[in-house]
Design a protein around this ligand. Structure first.
Ligand code: BTN
Length: 244
C-alpha cells in the first residue's frame, strides 16, 4: 500500500508551477497530486496557454520519482501517461481515443486532453517528473478553440470530477508499473494507439508540405514517417507538423 497527498486548490496560476515550487522546497514526495478548480496561468506545450473553464475540467499535476535504473528513457514515461489517459477515457466510454504524437489525447479529430511533462534532472541523471494533465470533462463550449472537445460534448453527460480523477490516478499507477517491461513492449503499445498511424497524412517540414504515413516512433521519441518516395525519415517535435 502506498500513500500520497492529494491537495485540492480553488485557484492557482499553474499546478505544474506550484508543484515545481514544492519540489524545490522539498515539500513533495512521490505520487503527490495537486488538483485545481481553476488556473489563472495554465501552461501548455511550447509555451502556450492552457485555458480551462473553472470547475468544469480536471487540471492537475502529479509528482513522480523514478528509479534511475528503471527509466532508461523519459519518452517511455510520456508514452505510459498517454496510455493511462486513453484507458481512463475508454473506461468512461468516450469513443475513438488515440494519441497524437507525442502526447495530445484525441477523440476523433479533436483534442480532449493535453499533457505537460516536465522532467527533473539531478546532475545529469533523470530523477523525477511533474506530470501535468489538462482533461476536458464537463466544459460545454470552447470559445476560439475549434479543435477542442470535452467528455460532456461527446457523451452529452456530466461526469463526477472526483470519479474521473480517481480513475485517472489508478490507470496512471497501473501503466507506470509497465516501466519494468522491455522498452519495445511499451513502444508497441504506444504505436498501436497513435493518431493517424498507417494513414496518409499531410506534414509540414521547414515550410514544405508533403504527404507521408506515420509508421511509429523511435525509442527516444522521434516520429517515423514514410515519404511518398518510400524513404523512412525520423523527425523531432520542432521540425515536423502534422497538418491533419
Ligand atoms: C498542452 O499544451 O497540450 C499541454 C496542456 C497541459 C495543461 C495542464 S493543466 C494542469 C497542468 N498545469 C499547467 O499549467 N499545465 C498542465
Amino acid at each position: 500500500m502506498s500513500y500520497f497527498k492529494l491537495i485540492k486548490i480553488d485557484a492557482i496560476d499553474s499546478t505544474n508551477s506550484l508543484m515545481r515550487e514544492l519540489y524545490l522546497s522539498n515539500k513533495c514526495s512521490d505520487g503527490d497530486v495537486l488538483c485545481a478548480d481553476a488556473q489563472t496561468n495554465g501552461r501548455g506545450q511550447h509555451n502556450s496557454v492552457w485555458n480551462s473553464a473553472p470547475g468544469k475540467n480536471l487540471t492537475l499535476s502529479i509528482y513522480k520519482e523514478f528509479n534511475e535504473l528503471s527509466v532508461k528513457n523519459p519518452f517511455l514515461i510520456s508514452c505510459l501517461v498517454s496510455l493511462a489517459i486513453q484507458a481512463t477515457l475508454q473506461s468512461f466510454k468516450i469513443s475513438k481515443i488515440s494519441v497524437k504524437w507525442p502526447n495530445d489525447i484525441m477523440s476523433g479529430n479533436k483534442k480532449i486532453c493535453g499533457l505537460l511533462l516536465e522532467n527533473i534532472f539531478k546532475g545529469s541523471s533523470f530523477n523525477s517528473s511533474i506530470i501535468g494533465i489538462g482533461l476536458n470533462v464537463n466544459q460545454e463550449v470552447f470559445e476560439k478553440l475549434p479543435n477542442a472537445v470535452s467528455m460532456y460534448q461527446i457523451s452529452n453527460k456530466n461526469f463526477n470530477l472526483d470519479e474521473v480523477l480517481n480513475t485517472c490516478l489508478t490507470f496512471l499507477n497501473q501503466k507506470l508499473k509497465l516501466l519494468d517491461q522491455p522498452e519495445e513492449y511499451i513502444l508497441k503499445l504506444y504505436e498501436e494507439s497513435l493518431y493517424r498511424v498507417n494513414k496518409v497524412s499531410t506534414f509540414e517540414v521547414e515550410g514544405q508540405i508533403f504527404s507521408g504515413i506515420i509508421r511509429g516512433v523511435t525509442a527516444n521519441g522521434l516520429l517515423k514517417v514514410q515519404r511518398e518516395d518510400d524513404e523512412l525519415m525520423e523527425f523531432d517535435l520542432k521540425s515536423i507538423k502534422l497538418k491533419n
